[in-house]
Design a protein around this ligand. Structure first.
Ligand code: 2M8
Length: 449
């Protein structure tokens, strides 16, 4: 692939376009993922958005994370969605569906009871180092650290089994909602909830690019079940309990960020580094040597879900001294191999598909069943850089940011053509384009080797 880092003039135009998206989606204390399809605050979206916003305004990036952290439950969980009740008819399930005010330990604002992958501590650290003075002045780390501690404690005490891996109780918690990883487990979930299934999402994205009606029935049923058990994580019969590679890898990566945060605050980072090592060691139970990736595990059956998804590669974010010997190299091989970036293939994608390119059921336009997502590709590029493959990572920055701008910051793209899908003016696409353009623009406008 003959591609380059973006040149400075091109990057300036792209940055302006991306910043405009983030301005339009900013609501005063946080950025909605998209004004139509996703009109509330989403947990891991805010983390990715802050990573981009820090280049535009460190203060705004801090406020983005502060607002999410201030919606924490008493048990430490950071909710998947913090609702804007003025928009309660515009997304389902709504704040009224969850009724969080009636649940013990819920915050003052209405939220879901679910969570999303824990990328927050890492985002807090990246925002902090971007502007140490502003962070210090606002005591950003001092305020964030206890909340992040409680969040990670929630994962360990309420979501991790004795073997140490954190489980998701709903596909929405994985952030990769209709990933093929969840199909078998969802097969045993009833598909007819008590609540009427509303689909305001279909006003903003075509049905062929969203989860199916059948999947939505199961999503609602599971959400009702979790809510009706008080979101208390004590339901022994909860029918969907899976160890998710995305959640666990990001948890481990965030523990390393917690070590940095603790040390910046004059505290001991060693327990966090030990916790990261513990999670990575537990993740060995999810390793599939044949696929060269981590997979999911279904706690109901104990069986591994042997499918290669982009989330299974995220342990690449951990350095070699944390990963088991040889694991980093194996993950790099898988990322670059035919299932994902296919760098030696005849038609390599411009971004990694969310699902194994060799799987016969990959669909390049259907949500988390094949299309490329900007947050996942950004994470892979960070992982490649962490393993000394900056040369490879650099090659994707230009095509990725070009596709983002050309397609009006789409939610996701066809990995091979870059054609946009889902909603447009999508915040994390714009934010991560800002991050890539700010960090990796070629100053002379000349080709990089
Ligand atoms: C998508 O998930 C929401 C539910 O959380 C939905 O489909 O309605 C996912 O892509 C998820 O990862 C993302 O956080 C969310 C908002 O962008 O949208």
């Amino acid at each position: 692939m003959t591609t380059t880092l973006p040149d400075a003039p091109g990057a300036t135009t792209a940055l302006a376009a991306a910043s405009a998206v983030l301005r339009r989606n900013w609501g005063g204390a946080y950025t909605v993922p998209a004004t139509g399809l996703y009109p509330h605050q989403w947990s891991w979206d805010s983390a990715f958005i802050a990573i981009g916003l820090r280049h535009l305004s460190a203060r705004r990036a801090q406020v983005e994370l502060d607002s999410l952290l201030s919606s924490q439950w008493a048990d430490g969980r950071l909710p998947q969605i913090v609702y804007d009740t003025r928009r309660d008819d515009d997304y389902a399930p709504s704040a009224a569906f969850w009724g969080s005010a009636d649940l013990p330990g819920s915050p003052a604002v209405p939220t879901t009871g679910l969570v999303q992958p824990p990328v927050h501590a890492w985002a807090v650290w990246l925002v902090h180092v971007q502007d140490l003075r502003e962070s210090g002045r606002r005591r950003f780390l001092e305020r964030a650290y206890p909340r992040l501690l409680a969040w990670h404690r929630y994962l360990r005490d309420r979501r991790a089994a004795a073997d140490g891996l954190a489980a998701v109780v709903h596909p929405w918690e994985s952030g990769t909602d209709n990933s093929p990883l969840w199909d078998d487990a969802l097969a045993r979930v009833p598909g007819v909830p008590r609540a009427a299934i509303e689909r305001p999402d279909l006003k903003h994205a075509s049905a062929g690019e969203r989860p199916s009606g059948k999947e939505y029935g199961k999503y609602f049923w599971l959400a009702e079940r979790y809510r009706d058990h008080g979101c208390a994580d004590v339901d022994p019969e909860h029918p969907f309990l899976l160890d998710d590679p995305t959640t666990n890898a990001l948890w481990a990566r965030s523990e390393l960020a917690m070590a940095d945060i603790a040390e910046a605050l004059g505290q001991d980072g060693a327990p966090h580094r030990a916790e990261a090592a513990r999670i990575v060691a537990a993740m060995e139970m999810l390793w599939d040597d044949g696929l060269g990736t981590y997979v999911a595990r279904d706690r109901a059956t104990g069986a591994l879900v042997r499918k290669a998804t982009v989330g299974g590669l995220l342990a690449l974010l951990l350095p070699d001294d944390v990963l088991p010997a040889g694991r980093g190299d194996a993950l790099v091989r898988t990322v670059l191999g035919r299932r994902f970036l296919d760098v030696d293939g005849a038609t390599p994608p411009i971004m990694a598909p969310s699902y194994d390119a060799c799987a016969p059921d990959l669909d390049p336009a259907l949500y988390w069943r094949g299309p490329a997502w900007f947050n996942m590709m950004w994470l892979l590029l960070e992982g490649l850089r962490a393993h000394g493959r900056t040369d490879v990572a650099d090659r994707y920055v230009g095509p990725m940011t070009d596709a983002a701008v050309r397609e009006d910051f789409p939610e996701y793209v066809n990995p091979w053509t870059g054609a946009g899908h889902g909603t447009r003016s999508f915040s994390w696409t714009a934010a991560l384009a800002v991050d890539l353009l700010s960090r990796h623009t070629h100053p002379e406008g000349a080709d990089t080797p």
